[in-house]
Design a protein. Sequence first.
Length: 158
Amino acid sequence: MRKKLINESETNISKPESDYLDIEQLAQVEVSSECSDYPIESALLAGSSVGWKAADPGNQVIRLIFDAPQTIKHIELLFDESEVARTQEFVLLWCMDKTSIFQEILRQQFHFSPPLTTRQSENYVVDLNQLKVLELNIIPDISRVQSFAKLTKLRLYK
């Protein structure tokens, strides 16, 4: 039997900022709304910790349309909510071109309960080849209370 002890650094699949796709150079971003103090760039570009916030309450869409097809192997998402207790759902979708049917990558729900539970970090290993469009749908509160969607970080890696 072959055996190896796993240390904490090996179990963390988060990647260094330098390895992520430069969305600013590779894609156009469409967003259903954004607060001027929390633009979408704050969630997509390295070096920013402010994140994005919707200007309007309710369901929101963030869509990345790549200039050329991409291969994505890892998706990292970070959500923060320090003010309102709520259960959020998000859905990640992808397609090979803008006219194709979107395929669901995953659907996830989690509950924010400030001041104790204020952060949700998600890391997904995927195998998306020839990705042209990636869409993130956020339902900020599944109970349909008019809450504002927020996204602290979205990173894509090859």
